[in-house]
Design a protein around this ligand. Structure first.
Ligand code: PBG
Length: 329
């Protein structure tokens, strides 16, 4: 007896596949990470991130206009800070005329409607590349949180729409929310990196910002005392729920692909928007394999982005944003 139900009917042409497709990527899904450096006319390719650049403010201005014209409407800003401005306390982070603050103003001037989110953590400003203040080899929690709250206010003052704390200190969302409220920035949102794992996939990003963690003797260190253990699932739910209780408007899981089980679980549990960060190492792997001719770049890129959205992402932070939107149009 032949089967009456044949699932292949719904796969038999591009038209029917299109009609029944459950997950569709659009430009508005993306949050575009951008790396900003000092100088003029600078557009430096990042060695471990082919076709991705560090931009000086003048080129940042051009870039955001281009993104906006492509339908990309949100950026996430990171800065590369010169060594002479780095210290253990991350003091430069609080400079109202620092590179991040100028970058925020540059984007808002060039493209007032572009949504601007900013990374909040001390690592690009820290002489040790850590997200917090270091004392006796420990990363201090509460002292760091105070700086992060001030830093957030400084970003809000410069015009950031959302601050995005990526540091994984305890209690930072509440402190940042309170600091923003105290200073009158009631409309500035918080996108919390709520489930951020201690991941080897951040390597190329640390090249981009020259922010790899080290100790006093310049010996490489990791961030395992604050970022999460990749083996843990319940911890991600707990971290995320706590950040929501403390006032996070959007929560984030990071990295992407290796953690899509966590994305789905969190999506099922919470009712705030869920963001996923497809991180630098994920980008680098696809670029490298494609350069060798081992993988079809565009097909693999789209398959991965679809997987991230299908797993439950409302927002995808990805270095592929531009590539993907170009391919789609
Ligand atoms: C800094 C920060 C990191 C990333 C985003 N914010 C690196 C880190 O925690 O060491 C990683 C992003 C990427 O790899 O693309 N707190």
């Amino acid at each position: 007896m032949y089967p009456l139900i044949r699932n292949r009917r719904l796969r038999s042409s591009e038209a029917i596949r299109h009609l029944v497709r459950e997950t569709i990527i659009t430009p508005s899904d993306f949050l575009v990470p951008l790396f900003v450096v000092e100088g003029k006319g600078v557009k430096e390719e990042i060695a471990s991130m082919p076709n991705y650049y560090r931009l000086s403010l003048d080129n940042l201005e051009k870039e955001v206009k281009e993104l906006w014209n492509m339908g990309l409407c949100a950026v996430l800003l990171f800065v590369k800070v010169p060594d002479n401005l780095k210290d253990n306390a991350g003091s430069e982070a609080l400079n109202d005329n620092g590179l991040m603050q100028l970058a925020i103003k540059t984007v808002k001037n060039a493209c007032p409607e572009m949504l601007v989110m900013t990374d909040v953590a001390l690592d690009p400003y820290s002489s040790y590349g850590h997200d917090g203040i270091v004392a006796d080899g420990q990363i201090l929690n509460d002292e760091t949180v105070e700086v992060l709250a001030e830093m957030s206010v400084s970003h809000a003052k410069a015009g950031a729409d959302f601050v995005a704390p990526s540091d994984m200190m305890d209690g930072r969302i509440l402190s940042i929310r309170e600091a923003l409220e105290d200073e009158g920035y009631t409309n500035t949102g918080i996108m919390s990196y709520s489930a951020k794992y201690a991941s080897a996939f951040y390597g190329p990003f640390r090249d981009a910002l020259d922010s790899a963690p080290v100790d006093q003797n310049n010996v490489p260190k990791d961030k395992k005392t604050y970022q999460m253990d990749s083996a843990n699932r319940f911890e991600a739910l707990r971290e995320t729920q706590q950040d929501i209780d403390e006032g996070a408007d959007i929560v984030m899981i990071k990295p992407g692909l290796c953690y899509l089980d966590i994305v789905r679980e969190i999506k099922n549990e919470v009712d705030v928007p869920v963001a996923v960060y497809q991180v630098s190492g994920e980008y680098a792997m696809v670029k490298a394999a494609a350069e060798k001719g081992w993988l079809d770049h565009d097909a693999v890129m789209m398959e991965q982005l679809i997987a991230i959205k299908r797993a439950g992402a409302n927002i995808i932070a990805s270095y592929f944003a531009k590539d993907a939107v170009k391919l789609m149009s």
